[in-house]
Design a protein around this ligand. Structure first.
Ligand code: PEP
Ligand code: MG
Length: 892
């Protein structure tokens, strides 16, 4: 038979699924012998059945009878007894905390008769009847108000109006100035409001009140705000809430009563000490409503030393028991302390690290456990400079927080202007509708990038993350023109200052001050010595060291320059997993690429390639040097070559204008013809990657030669280069074999007896490659999963377009909880990775496996790559510490 109701003494903290967080922890505290008011919990399963069937599940009524009888006998009072009533609170409590989203009804059991019994109880031998009568009538009017609103959907405003009227009639401002008689009259008025809306009188039967209140809490699981909150917090919709029925204790019985909240450590910084608030002569809802100012918890020592000391002892017990920061709600009723709730408390990222390290120091948890208490997302938060929000600036608009950080500067609208102003040491924010590879120099020069179009995998976002540069994209309320943007009535021109927050996506007018991250200074090795003993820095050091000891996955970086490679190495990268060589074809070198594309004769082509080769060799040598002794994967050129040519529209205009003026435009005309020839409807599925290598003679060969020569040059300097050549977009083993045959010939020629060893492998980023990985492994010494393209082609989602276009709807419908470009889709794209890993290794057991798509730095995805047995993940330099930490966590 199903058990739907648990006394507090029957549960424990591990039953959160069934009893909800509040119920499970009340049970745990009860069993620890702490002073918890007696009560019981109705399970989430009962709620699920109620929501499915619309009525109490069979058997629940009988169980409730039994547990209520038990509660009455423990308390020595009967629910709603006219002479000496037991009153209960009926509180929601789901598995995950959903603060304020669901309902609570207090004082259940009061009616026209028991209100007198409550007054007598409160009197309890004391003098001063008026106060106790007042308390009883106030409790009753609160019940009618809460019950009416929650259980019977009476508009809350009508009760407020009556209360307001009562105060006006008496000429007072505060609720507390109403006396017992006033409140008795208010109860009459409230009952009228109730019956007018509900069609019957306020129920006098205590048991009926209880049953209806329980149902209302069940139903509140599906209240609009709860549904919205769950969607935002990604809490599953089918969990249901538990309901806690607890004997009432009162913090509003006089100056020797009160209510408060406490934390066992500071949830903002993690420091140990006494943190919390206390409100004398009040109930919990008064604290939340902010009716009176609370006192710091430490003041309770002067008010009620006995309860204060007991509370500190209990806090120590709870920490010792949960081995973590706990937050607590308590009430003092006439000098007697009661614990109403505890849970492992929420905390900031800084506090998470500091507390985990403190608990290790205090011997409460071991290092493995400490690693589970922090996350890569928290570490990432600690690595970005932050805005100092003390001035409470108001944003002018909001986009997608695409690359975290805080940046401010003068607005510029072209990459050229960004470079010019940066050369004068001026901070700039590059604002574009969207960015393209041409904007790269401007992106490098700018402090931050702001676009009105595109999502988290747009060009701007991906490149900015790669550089660790702040970026807000897709701020679609903005109208971006060529020399100004406007939003919400503001017009912002070149030179005006804006501040952008790449974490929240917020955009501010003017300069919001920024603080640098001491955690990055620590990773960079240039920490101000005065900060070396900062608890946060020491905690990060302790946990990173342990993560490195535990992890099996190696962590490499995606880097296209020596500077990026060097920084990533300082951050702990163990090699380069992806060097995108096309980034070396920009700027001044573009002209050489144009010559290559426009070449009419073999000789012209060879000359263009010969001019590019030494430049490439120098690029590679710089990276090999910085990564001396560590592997460096260089990917042969990937994007369609027309990306390096001017736009069709611009050129057509240029040629037309020249013709009109009767000027010579032979080169432009040739270029225009080439651009027309190379134009593709679907460039992402067109002439790119290995296809370019097979179609344009000498292109890959030039790159292979440059790689091999750079490696030999470093070896001659006494270094230890470990180059790996990677072929992009392979879908069939034959493609790879063709490239490989040519490459091996060149490598043999260049390397000679220098001792340099060059590996040749491929990206797995086309679904067909994943499905034929067993064959492809015949020709590859390593695979690196290009999960950006694998997601694009696996889902058929254009990575540059879809996020801003319709992902919001997919997220709303719950088709996925997070963009598959951000976090690996385990079931689909992940399955392709798993198949390729297994079949590749079946062919070649020592096949090296890595991932270099954006997912390589995503915490959740790192765990997946650990599970499927990859050797390494590769990510942008700033994500390297995050990946190290998550790889350590995955191994526990
Ligand atoms: C990928 O597709 O995952 C990848 C790393 O290559 P790119 O992002 O350069 O297409
Ligand atoms: Mg790719």
């Amino acid at each position: 038979m199903h058990k739907f109701v648990y006394d507090f003494a029957e549960g424990n903290k591990d039953l959160k699924d069934l009893l909800g967080g509040k119920g499970a922890n009340l049970a745990e505290m009860t069993n620890l012998g702490l002073p918890v008011p007696a009560g019981f919990t109705i399970t989430t399963e009962a709620c699920q059945q109620y929501l499915a069937d619309g009525s109490h599940p069979d058997g629940l009524g009988a169980e409730l009878d039994e547990h209520l009888a038990g509660l009455e006998s423990t308390m020595g009072r009967r629910l709603g007894d006219p002479a000496d009533p037991l009153l209960v609170s009926v509180r929601s409590g789901a598995k995950f905390s959903m603060p304020g989203m669901m309902e609570t009804v207090l004082n259940v059991g009061l009616n026209d008769e028991s209100v007198a019994g409550l007054a007598a109880q409160a009197r309890n031998g004391q003098a001063g009847n008026e106060d106790n009568d007042r308390f009883a009538w106030d409790s009753y009017r609160r019940l009618i108000q809460m019950f009416g609103k929650t259980v019977c959907d009476v508009p809350g405003g009508e009760f407020e109006e009556e209360l307001h009227r009562a105060k006006q009639a008496k000429g007072v401002k505060d609720d507390v100035q109403l006396d017992a008689e006033d409140l008795r009259a208010l109860v009459t008025a409230y009952k009228k409001v109730f019956s007018k809306h509900v069609g019957h009188e306020f129920p006098q039967d205590p048991r009926q009140q209880l049953d209806l209140a329980i149902e209302a809490v069940f139903r509140s699981w599906n209240a609009d705000r709860a549904v919205l909150y769950r969607r935002q917090e990604r809490i599953p919709a089918d969990l249901g809430t538990a309901v806690n029925v607890v004997a009432m204790v009162f913090g509003n019985l006089g100056p020797d009563s009160g209510t408060g909240v406490a934390f066992t450590r500071d949830p903002a910084t993690g420091e140990t000490g006494i943190y919390g608030d206390y409100l004398q002569n009040a109930q919990g809802e008064d604290v939340v409503a902010g009716i009176r100012n609370t006192l710091p918890l430490a003041d309770l020592e002067k008010i009620d030393k006995k309860s204060y000391d007991e509370l500190l002892t209990i806090m120590a017990t709870l920490e010792g028991h949960y081995h973590d920061l706990c937050d607590i709600e308590f009430t003092i009723e006439r000098g007697k302390l009661w614990m109403l709730q505890t849970r492992v408390g929420k905390r900031t990222a800084a506090a998470a690290f500091t507390i985990a390290a403190q608990l290790v120091d205090e011997g409460m948890i071991d290092l493995d456990e400490a690693l589970t208490r922090v996350s890569g997302a928290q570490l990432a938060q600690l690595m970005f400079p932050r805005f100092d929000m003390s001035g409470e600036p108001a944003p002018i608009t909001r986009g997608v927080g695409a690359s975290p950080g805080a940046a401010f500067g003068e607005v510029v609208f072209t990459a050229r202007r960004a470079v010019e102003l940066a050369a004068e040491d001026r901070a700039v924010i590059l604002v574009r509708r969207e960015t393209n590879p041409d904007d790269l120099p401007g992106m490098i020069a700018a402090q931050g990038i702001l676009t009105s179009r595109g999502g988290k995998t747009s060009h701007a976002a991906v490149v900015a993350r790669g550089m660790g540069k702040t970026c807000v994209c897709g701020a679609d309320q903005m109208e971006v023109g060529s020399d100004q943007f406007s939003v919400d009535g503001h017009v912002v021109r070149e030179g005006d200052v804006v501040s952008i927050d790449g974490t929240t996506g917020r955009v501010y007018l003017g300069e919001v001050p920024v603080r640098p991250s001491e955690v990055v200074q620590y990773f960079e090795g240039d920490l101000d010595p005065a900060l070396a003993n900062e608890p946060l820095v020491a905690a990060v050091h302790l946990l990173m060291t342990h993560a490195d000891e535990r992890r099996r996955l190696r962590v490499r970086t995606n880097a296209d320059t020596g500077t990026d490679a060097a920084r990533a190495r300082r951050f702990g990268a163990q090699g380069v997993g992806l060097c995108r060589t096309e980034h070396m074809f920009l700027g001044d070198r573009r002209e050489l690429v144009e010559r290559l594309i426009l070449a009419r004769a073999e000789r012209e082509r060879s000359e263009a390639l010969a001019a590019l080769q030494p430049l490439q060799r120098a690029d590679f040598l710089e990276i090999f040097r910085e990564m001396n002794g560590l592997p460096v994967t260089v990917r042969l050129i990937d994007p369609p070559l027309h990306e390096f040519l001017p736009s069709l529209e611009d050129l057509a205009v240029q040629v037309a204008v020249a013709k009109e003026r009767g000027e010579q435009a032979e080169r432009d005309e040739r270029m225009l013809a080439a651009v027309r020839r190379m134009h593709e409807q679907n460039p992402m599925l067109g002439l790119r990657g290995v296809r370019l290598g097979l179609v344009i003679p000498g292109l890959f060969g030039m790159q292979v030669r440059a790689i091999a020569e750079a490696a030999v040059a470093l070896a001659r300097e006494g270094g230890h280069p470990r180059p790996e050549i990677m072929v992009p977009l392979v879908g069939a083993v034959q493609e790879l074999e063709t490239v490989r045959t040519e490459a091996e010939k060149i490598i043999a020629e260049v390397v000679g007896d220098s001792g340099v060893e060059v590996l040749i492998g491929t990206m797995i980023e086309v679904p067909r490659a994943a499905l034929t990985a067993g064959q492809i492994a015949e020709a590859a010494e390593f695979f690196s999963f290009g999960t950006n393209d694998l997601t694009q082609m696996g889902w058929g989602f254009s990575r540059d377009d879809v996020e801003g276009a319709f992902f919001w709807r997919y997220l709303e419908l719950g088709i996925f909880g997070i963009s598959p470009f951000e976090s690996i889709d385990r079931d689909g794209v992940g399955r392709l990775v798993r198949i390729a890993a297994e079949e590749g290794r079946a062919t070649r057991p020592r096949l090296k496996l890595g991932v270099c798509g954006e997912h390589g730095g995503d915490p959740e995805s790192v765990h997946f790559f650990h599970e499927v047995g990859l050797d390494y993940v590769s990510c942008s330099p700033f994500r390297v510490p995050v990946a190290r930490l998550e790889a350590g966590r995955a191994a526990i």
